[in-house]
Design a protein around this ligand. Structure first.
Ligand code: AMP
Length: 541
């Protein structure tokens, strides 16, 4: 039919063009490793992204070539978010917390040609540099710590003031890529198209997405190397809001100081970060004069006690669920208008669920006997479909079975859906405790334990058991000055769970190891404590 709409490609450079044109003076603030603050603006980020694109072209980066980054959250990284896709390159963000072996693997697997690295992260590069064949390494920083053979970032940008001639980009070509954290097996590569990033930015900006408009002051604590910083640098640029990029200092006090100094209204990160912030606020409630800050919490389940605790300080949690394979936004837990009248307890229970799918994302739960009913009880594997969900892993056909025959992605998360359509994640398929043929959710036990006033963090793992195959064991870190015995914790859980769910043992420790993305490292815990009920020492330990 004629007379149709224009077929304008949805591409990443548009996002920055808009911010540069309509919000040129809006600030992009970065905290440097030495804690000093650098101020840039969208006009400046745009012109420097063009200079970067020119510099990379001079280095020989061509269409589809991968440019890796190893950097904290700062304006230079934001310039790369746009400068690389703008010239047809593919931005590959590397997670500095991965092992040297995994970093070498992903750089080689992605065939990265150039790396942009923070000078403070050069020691991380040193650990795997000899195992990869990068053509050029460009160093972010003040230019004083550029090792011989590498190029200073400002030097790369310098000769090219003005506009880079942006090629005609296809919305279906690759703009970015990111590897999963690799908690089981090798990390897997996910490739984001320009189109997926633009659509994802629109959905996350929506009021019922993460509600991000130009008036916000956004501080993404989630690192820019983790799923494109949950897409937030793209969304913030699309809407033209002020960005506060916190650099490497992510401890509660440094963050709270930054929120106050820069007037942050919206922040985002994993529950561990917010648990730390809550403890700092509980200890010194009057120290930081915060406005009403919203906290996007994702990456792991937000315990109800965390949501309640932050509410007490006027900080409102927005609970979201997503995955590297989903750019990452999947669901957000906003209350439907019809649920607002519920009693407070039920209201909090809804906010602690993972929520309703973002527009354009579809969800279903598939159990042993097919699609599970929306009854809030029938559990199965959560499957998703949508325009920003991966259709395969980069060069890894062996993982094709993670997609169903009718084109849904199998997330590996166990979930229920209630009659209102809210998704509740009850576990990862591999973290479920299988006790005598029954499933026990480690996540539900953990979240309940973290509601105990003396508990800072708790992780529940499956330990081998001679009769029941597996039984839950809780690994607990108490708050500073807090005290609780195993009996007290068991009694605390007793009223909420079936008897067979209660952990067989409570292990008290000073620290729970976290993955590169800030989640509990359950593989390490299983290794340490998986044999605790059968008296077996950890293999090799
Ligand atoms: P990643 O790809 O590293 O972002 O990890 C994605 C996984 O993190 C998901 O499959 C979930 O298991 C977990 N996850 C993310 N957000 C949440 C959430 N809000 N609640 C529970 N689990 C979550």
């Amino acid at each position: 039919m004629d007379g149709l709409m224009m077929d304008v490609p949805l591409t990443v450079p548009y996002l920055l063009d808009r911010a540069g044109r309509y919000f040129p003076d809006v600030e992009v603030v970065s905290r440097r490793p030495d804690r000093s603050v650098a101020r840039s603006s969208y006009a400046e980020v745009r012109s420097r992204a063009h200079q970067l694109a020119g510099g990379l072209a001079r280095l020989g980066v061509g269409r589809g070539d991968r440019v890796a980054t190893l950097g904290w959250n700062h304006a230079g990284h934001l310039e790369a978010y746009f400068g690389v896709p703008m010239m047809g390159g593919v931005l590959h963000t590397l997670n500095p917390r991965l092992s040297a072996e995994d970093l070498a693997y992903v750089v080689n697997h992605a065939d990265d040609s150039v790396l942009l690295v923070d000078d403070v992260l050069l020691p991380v590069l040193e650990r795997f540099h000899s195992q990869v064949s990068l053509k050029h390494v460009v160093v972010w920083g003040d230019g004083t710590k550029v090792p011989p053979g590498m190029i200073g970032y400002e030097e790369l940008l310098a000769p090219e003031p003005g506009e880079f001639a942006v090629p005609r980009l296809d919305e279906r070509e690759a703009a970015c890529m990111c590897y999963t954290s690799g908690t089981t097996g090798r990390p897997k590569g996910v490739v984001y198209s320009h189109r997926a990033i633009v659509l994802h930015s629109l959905a996350s900006a929506m009021t019922d997405g993460l509600a991000i408009g130009q008036r916000e002051v956004l501080c993404p604590v989630v690192p820019m190397f983790h799923v494109n910083g949950w897409g937030l640098p793209f969304t913030a640029t699309l809407v033209g809001c002020k960005q506060v990029l916190p650099g490497p200092h992510l401890d509660p006090e440094s963050l709270l100081e930054l929120y106050v100094a820069e007037g942050v209204t919206l922040s985002a990160g994993v529950p561990t970060i917010w648990l730390g912030i809550l403890q700092a606020l509980d200890r010194q409630p009057d120290r930081w004069k915060l406005g009403p800050v919203r906290m996007v919490v994702g990456g792991s389940a937000a315990p109800e006690s965390l949501i309640r605790g932050l509410d007490r300080h006027g900080l409102r949690v927005v609970h979201a669920w997503g995955m590297t394979e989903m750019t990452p936004l999947g669901t957000v837990s906003w209350l439907k208008r019809s649920l607002e009248q519920l009693p407070e307890d039920q209201w909090y229970a809804y906010r602690a669920k993972q929520g309703l799918p973002a527009p354009l994302v579809e969800t279903r739960v598939v159990g042993m006997t097919g699609e599970a009913p929306w009854d809030g009880r029938s559990a199965g594997e959560l499957e998703v479909r949508g325009p920003w969900v991966a259709s395969g892993y980069y060069q890894a056909p062996e993982h094709a079975d993670q997609w169903s025959e009718d084109g849904w992605f199998r997330t590996g998360d166990v979930a229920t859906i209630d009659p209102e359509g809210y998704v509740k994640i009850t576990d990862r398929t591999k973290d479920l405790v299988k006790s005598g043929g029954e499933w026990i959710s480690s996540v539900e036990l953990e979240n309940a334990l973290m509601g105990h006033p003396a508990v800072a963090e708790a992780a529940v793992i499956a330990a081998k058991h001679p009769t029941w195959d597996e039984r839950p064991v809780a690994v607990v870190v108490l708050k500073e000055g807090g005290s609780a015995t195993a009996e007290e914790l068991r009694a605390f859980l007793e009223p909420r769970f079936a008897k067979f769910w209660l952990p067989d043992q409570f292990v008290f420790t000073s620290e729970i190891p976290h993955t590169a993305a800030g989640k509990f490292q359950k593989t390490t815990l299983r290794h340490q404590y998986g044999g605790i009920l059968t008296g077996q020492p950890p293999p090799g330990g």
